[in-house]
Design a binder for this molecule. Sequence first.
Ligand code: HQG
Length: 178
Amino acid sequence: MNYIDVSKFISLILRHKPEEINIKLDSNGWADVVELIAGIRKKGYDIDIGTLHEIVEQNNKQRFTFNEDKTKIRANQGHSINVDVELEELIPPNILYHGTSKRFLESILQQGLIKKNRNYVHLSIDEVTALIVGKRHGSPIVLKINSKQMYADGIKFYKSKNNVWLTDYVNAKYFIEN
Ligand code: HQG
């Protein structure tokens, strides 16, 4: 079965709009699995607990996590709603990458990387991944970021459970020219 559509819908619910299916997330971003399945089914997706487990396991970016007894589920990153998903604060790799669209470049060079609607600026561990992220927005470009210097300057970095690096803001002075 192709789970892409339902998986995207679950991302929407768990990151941005739980109200779309009349559920609430707790302060740590957890949704009740039974409520989530019932809400999604009402929207016409034919899923049950078994398929939800498959969706979580097969997800190409490992976007979701169950709690220990699998009664709750949350998105690992990407939220726009104010939840604390208990991110790990860590020392970043020396270099991180951000994939974006060429049409945003002028503004990014002026303002730096801002969060826009999300809770963090999302950074990738390698150029290939960043390029894929950038393609979502149009003709892509990859920015190389001196995360080592940012960290040395006291800026905090977090790593999501699915290995996306997150920070609050990237000043344009930290971009490294290729
Ligand atoms: C851009 C996906 C103009 C920024 C991905 C990006 C990621 C600016 C867009 C995750 C700007 C926001 C997040 C500025 C930043 N001026 N544009 N000053 N600062 N931008 O979707 O990073 O597949 O909110 O470059 O893989 O593209 O959903 O962020 O192009 O990990 O799991 O504003 O979403 O993950 O776009 O993507 P987004 P993103 P999933």
